[in-house]
Design a protein around this ligand. Structure first.
Ligand SMILES: NC(=O)C1=CN([C@@H]2O[C@H](COP(=O)(O)OP(=O)(O)OC[C@H]3O[C@@H](n4cnc5c(N)ncnc54)[C@H](OP(=O)(O)O)[C@@H]3O)[C@@H](O)[C@H]2O)[C@@H](O)CC1
Ligand SMILES: Nc1ncnc2c1ncn2[C@@H]1O[C@H](COP(=O)(O)OP(=O)(O)O)[C@@H](O)[C@H]1O
Ligand SMILES: [K+]
Length: 480
């Protein structure tokens, strides 16, 4: 499991560790890891042109000490100081001793344009608000330059705790982060600014503290996925009910069933007006001409994909005493009080637009502040909420505790109907006995990986993603 901790938690752990170590030791650990990462990226350090963008805090100190290490290995290192009086004094002295030079912010853009490597030490976890105006031209120049850009701890200008980006921020190829991932490094839009992320262990002890974010890895998902035992039969494996589709959107039913058939349940039961289309594509589906309450026993329901205006079916499913996944039209049609009143687990799976409608805010607001939005929805509905999009987040019922973040996806998944596949897949895992948080986060993991493996750099349709789930599952259980 990969974890990310809030700035407040990092600061506390940092204070405890610093009290036990000689002064400056932590910064030296950070700078050593940063310099090693820069050297790896450069390939040849000797003779390379390195420009350090140095703000007024310890983030700039890290950059200066790392710059000194690179200068000792023969790089030509210039520090651009945004605030010369307040630049880290020890770091500046070390850089000068190693033969590095110093320039004012006015020369920064030209230097950046000619650099091989730019090290962004403008601001780290001490940052407040977006990048300040004096730093913006440097961020723009770094983006235009052919130089590789390495961010120190975080890309300057992004919010460490939320992943929000207000205005300009540095776009890095690599972020070297210290002690632990910060939430912003795993959540879009900030994640996109971070490039790839390298974690440097500086000895922070965080195991006893609850993280802000958790990201499942292959081994975690492999442990959670259901495997039929010798005595299993289709009913013991779990039956998932799909109440989806309408005369107008029969395809949503077919796609939700296609996901459900690959999710580990022993049988898929379908209720709704698209039975003919479902059977034509998937003859193994158990179809019923009754409503959900009379369709036969299931261990979990999925309701909503392509449901149109069928509020009665949504209400019937919401009233069921088994785990229920509510998606798409179902999110709009479900009575909030009925959802809050449920005692069996509920998993809601909105995309940003649907989440915005439920919260009464704009889509941009949800996309800009995903973590707050998913927690708020989970709190309001007392349900597990999976917020889809470029980074998928899963919050526990009530919105407290660690939020799961999924990073396996690819933007090729932004294709009509891929959300329907996800809802079937997650519903099937619910029916197989996973908790709503595990079902949602494992489904997002498999769905993202299936999208990545199937697309492999080319466009795919939602049905391709469903067909790719078994390969993703095998990849996960075989350890990648
Ligand atoms: N945690 C750890 O264990 C370790 C942490 N380490 C390192 O320390 C870093 C944290 O250092 P930090 O606390 O000095 O804060 P930092 O990020 O440099 O920023 C504060 C300065 O930036 C300024 N500033 C603020 N907002 C700004 C903006 N939007 N745009 C521009 N400037 C802005 C602000 O100015 P002021 O508000 O005072 O005018 C202040 O001077 C951390 O990220 C890591 O790199 C490692 O060395 C070792 C282990
Ligand atoms: N840019 C992206 N990067 C990664 N995954 C994405 C991206 N855009 C969408 N997805 C994923 O694709 C799926 C789209 O679901 P949804 O928006 O409900 O589409 P639809 O309603 O057409 O089925 C979700 O699983 C979502 O997380
Ligand atoms: K930085």
């Amino acid at each position: 499991m990969r974890t990310a901790y809030s700035v407040e938690t990092v600061r506390t752990a940092e204070r405890e560790l610093m009290a036990r170590l000689p002064e400056g030791a932590l910064m030296q650990r950070a700078a050593a890891g940063l310099a090693a990462a820069c050297a790896d990226l450069l390939g040849r350090v000797y003779g390379s042109r390195v420009v350090l963008l140095v703000g007024s805090g310890d983030n700039g100190g890290d950059a200066l000490y790392a710059g000194a290490r690179l200068a000792r290995r023969g790089a030509g290192v210039t520090a651009v100081l945004l605030n010369p009086e307040r630049a880290h004094a020890g770091g500046l002295a070390a850089l000068r001793r190693a033969g590095g030079t110093v320039a004012g912010a006015g020369q920064g853009e030209g230097l950046v344009a000619r650099a091989d490597l730019v090290v962004d030490g403008i601001v780290g976890i001490g940052g407040k608000g977006g990048l300040r105006p004096e730093a913006v031209p440097l961020a723009v120049a770094a983006e235009r330059s052919r130089a590789a850009v390495v961010a120190v701890d975080l890309p300057s200008g992004v919010d460490a705790d939320t992943g929000e980006v207000r205005g300009a921020a540095v776009r890095a190829d690599l972020t070297v982060t210290f002690g632990t991932h910060k939430p912003g490094l795993l959540i879009d839009p900030a994640r996109e600014y971070a490039g790839s992320v390298r974690l440097v262990d500086i000895g922070l002890e965080l195991e006893a503290v609850p993280p802000e974010l958790e990201a499942l890895q292959h081994a975690d998902v492999a442990r959670l996925l259901p495997v039929p035992g010798a005595e299993s039969d289709k009913y013991r494996r779990g039956v998932v009910g799909i109440a989806a589709g309408s005369a107008r959107y029969p395809g949503a039913a077919v796609l939700a069933v296609s996901g459900a058939l690959r999710g580990g349940a022993g049988a898929v039961r379908y209720v709704g007006p698209a039975a003919d289309a479902v059977i034509a594509r998937f003859p193994e589906t158990l179809v019923s001409d009754q409503g959900p309450a009379k369709a036969g026993r299931v261990q979990a329901w999925v309701v909503g994909p392509g449901a149109g205006e069928d509020a009665a079916t949504v209400a019937e499913v919401v009233a069921a005493d088994v785990p229920v996944l509510i998606d798409a039209d179902g999110l709009r049609l479900a009575e909030p009080a009925a959802v809050r009143g449920r005692t069996a687990p509920t998993l809601m799976t909105p995309h940003a637009g649907e989440a915005a409608a439920l919260l009464g805010v704009s889509r941009e607001e949800v996309e800009g502040g995903r973590l707050a939005a998913v927690r708020e929805l989970a709190g309001r509905y007392g349900a597990v909420v999976l917020l889809k999009g470029s980074t998928t987040l899963v919050a526990s019922a009530g919105g407290q505790g660690a939020v799961r973040v999924n990073a396996t996806g690819t933007s090729w998944l932004a294709t009509a109907g891929s959300g329907d596949v996800l809802s079937g897949l997650a519903g099937s895992l619910l029916a197989a006995g996973l908790s709503a948080v595990d079902a949602g986060s494992c489904a997002a993991y498999l769905h993202g990986l299936a999208g990545r493996l199937t697309a492999d750099g080319a466009p795919v349709g939602a049905h391709d993603v469903a067909a790719g789930v078994p390969a993703a599952w095998r990849d996960v259980v075989r350890g990648g």
